[in-house]
Design a protein around this ligand. Sequence first.
Ligand code: K1U
Ligand code: ZN
Length: 171
Amino acid sequence: MALLPILVYPDPRLHTAAKPVQAVDARIRALVADLLETMYEANGIGLAATQVDVHERVIVIDISEERNEPLVLVNPEITWASDEKQIGDEGCLSVPGIYDGVERSSAIRVRALDQQGQSRELAAEGLLDVCIHHEMDHLRGKVFVEYLSPLKRNRIKSKMLKARRETERAD
Ligand code: K1U
Ligand code: ZN
């Protein structure tokens, strides 16, 4: 297992669309193990392969209090989304320190392969629904700040670039 570096917004690689996984083999299982280790170490509740510069449709999630209920979704597809919407606060390990509300469908059904390559369907609402939407956006190259106003987004971009310059100067 390995800790992987997480891309930070506005890195252009975050806007790459991920390709479907052809087979859930040892390479994908190793990627899943690395994503889980990286997500837990960063105290995140989700992580998409895109965020570690791997452009394949793999996401991991764990919204449990005890951090012991990993959910692995390979090639996830939303098969149903409610008309009802919710606005939930979102954060992102690729946009550290920024939290804002985003409107999403309040309930979804998702079909995906698990770590063994078995097809599964699950229903999600609340935080799990928000997290799945957020991670699936990463797989199509979309970062949650793109739902915010251009003014907010530009402020966030400037803040991230300033933080990067300061880190580079300190190194
Ligand atoms: O995709 C990511 O960068 C992970 C992200 C997932 C996420 C959190 C909250 C709403 C939607 C998606 C995070 O884990 S951010 C850090 C975090 O642990 C957190 C932030 C807000 C609420 C709950 C958890
Ligand atoms: Zn994110």
